[in-house]
Design a protein around this ligand. Structure first.
Ligand code: G6P
Length: 489
């Protein structure tokens, strides 16, 4: 019956996220080179066959001139992308400030910025104003491109005001909002000065989604405790209007990784890496260089492992790929120096003339090189202090079907709820525990590795990004149909 109520033609889906899935680099006054980023969201939406998806987002560049804006808009149209232009001051206050210096650390339990409290308090209001303004700019672009019947799917902590602005434009718009980070305990959320306004803005959506049941529960209890409104088994109800709240754990396009491993250039990389690290076990970390990823904690645990296990000194190597991110935010700059200092110290301490224990790279790898690295890894280390899901753990598992390596996974990553039975779960703050997990992983018998890997591989290949997106969008359609039926009654 639900199927019959859906339109026969392809339904349009407007996906709105702070960042477009393409990054633009200006080559001349009106020429651009565009590079598609193949993240989880992109591959999930490519798999959505019954929808015609368009992206709306910031292209990550400042384009102050009209010629540039027009030519970039034209170039992006071919990729089904619509740019939102933000000037430098807004980017500074909204993206570097409110999003990445306030919401991001808070949602990951790192609290509000501690240093220079007075300056933070002073700049808070202007950053919050810029956040609302930026959300309004996004809303204007959505509205310019909106056609009746479109589904508008808003993403992440950058755009918490978007559901509100969109519904104010048109209360009939079908609006979903999905958070890619954790939603913290209400005790954390309530420290945020703009706590109520943000919750109310999100509640304007028809459907609100999170990666895990816990995040959804925290959101509902924040609404109950802070706004005093009622939580129901379906979501949050305020003055007779229900906002549905549910968990939709994301996945990856596992087939893409499995296929890539067979590609000749990946096999070539694998051969080179095996020769390069012959006789040593390979441990791998792949993270954005972000304080939530627990990179210093991971490296300190590795140091402790080396300290306590001289046998392994020349038999193991840790490859840490740390992709620079949000480099204009001071906290990120400090983290980079901190990580460099620890890596330098450990390599100085345990290195020899011919080998160092840690290879630390401040850069990203291309897709094929990354797949090869995943494939030759014996132990992957994910030590996030908090993480919405952590898809690196999924990508590692997808690339491991021949080696059956071990995943050490933080219990504070959303992925711990799905890969917990196959991984060794650790508290990343407990350096001793992580060091002993490293020892356990490196010496794990083949039979146990196989069993753990099978569990994870089964999950990763059956809970894909495409299914995640289909599930969210069909739930949004159903929510709206049910709401209409309730009104008719
Ligand atoms: C996280 C966020 C995304 C964001 C990504 C990269 O995964 O949930 O919304 O796009 O980090 O961060 P950046 O600030 O470079 O967009």
């Amino acid at each position: 019956q639900q199927y019959l109520e859906r339109p026969a033609i392809k339904q349009r889906l407007l996906v709105v996220a702070n960042r477009l899935p393409v990054s633009a680099v200006r080559r001349g006054e009106d020429s651009w080179s565009l590079e598609i980023s193949a993240g989880g969201l992109v591959s999930a939406l490519l798999g959505l066959k019954e929808f015609e998806a368009r992206w709306i987002g910031w292209a990550g560049v400042n384009v102050p001139d009209e010629v540039g804006q027009k030519s970039l808009t034209k170039a992006l149209a071919e990729k089904r992308c619509i740019p939102v232009f933000l000037d430098e001051e807004i980017v500074h206050q909204y993206y570097n400030g409110y999003c990445n210096n306030i919401l991001w650390p808070l949602f990951h339990y790192l609290g509000l910025p501690q240093e220079d409290r007075l300056a933070t308090t002073r700049s808070f209001q202007s950053q919050f104003a810029a956040y609302k303004k930026a959300n309004q700019i996004f809303a204007d672009v959505v509205y310019q491109h909106y056609e009746e019947g479109d589904i508008v799917w808003c993403h992440d902590y950058h755009l918490m005001f978007l559901p509100k602005w969109l519904k104010e434009y048109n209360s009939k718009m079908k609006v979903g909002w999905f958070l890619h980070t954790p939603f913290p305990s209400s005790e954390i959320h309530r420290t945020l000065p703009s706590r109520s306004e943000l919750l109310r803005a999100v509640l304007a959506a028809d459907l609100v989604g999170f990666h895990t049941y816990d995040y959804a529960r925290h959101f509902v209890s924040a609404c109950t405790r802070i706004l005093g409104i009622e939580g129901t088994p379906e979501g949050v109800e305020d003055q007779g209007r229900l906002t549905r709240v549910a968990a939709f754990p994301i996945g990856i396009d596992s087939e893409r990784f499995i296929r890539a491993i067979e590609a000749p250039q990946v096999q070539e990389h694998i051969k080179e890496l095996k020769e390069r690290f012959a006789g040593r076990k390979v441990m791998l970390g792949v993270d954005r260089l972000d304080m939530i990823k627990g990179i210093p904690q991971k490296i300190l645990a590795f140091e402790k492992f080396l300290e306590e296990n001289p046998y392994w000194h020349d038999k193991v190597v840790l490859l840490q790929i740390a992709v620079p991110t949000r480099t204009d935010v001071p906290e990120y700059q400090k983290l980079t120096s901190q990580v460099h200092e620890i890596v330098g110290r450990i390599n100085g301490r345990f290195g020899t003339l011919t080998a160092v224990p840690i290879h630390h790279l401040d850069r990203s790898l291309d897709f094929h090189a990354l797949c090869a690295l995943y494939a030759v890894t014996d132990v992957a280390l994910v030590t996030s202090l908090r993480d919405g899901m952590n898809l690196v753990s999924y990508e590692f598992v997808a690339c491991q079907d021949s080696r059956k390596g071990v995943l050490i996974l933080s219990e504070f990553a959303g992925a711990a709820q799905s890969l917990g039975a196959g991984a060794i779960l650790v508290n990343p703050w407990n350096v001793t525990e992580v060091a002993s997990a490293i020892g356990q992983a490196l010496s794990m018998p083949a039979e146990e590795r196989e069993k753990r890997h099978q569990h994870n591989f089964e999950h990763v290949t059956t809970h894909t990004a495409q299914q995640w997106a289909e599930f969210f969008v069909s739930e949004l359609n159903d929510t709206i149909i049910e709401a209409q039926q309730r009104i008719r009654k």
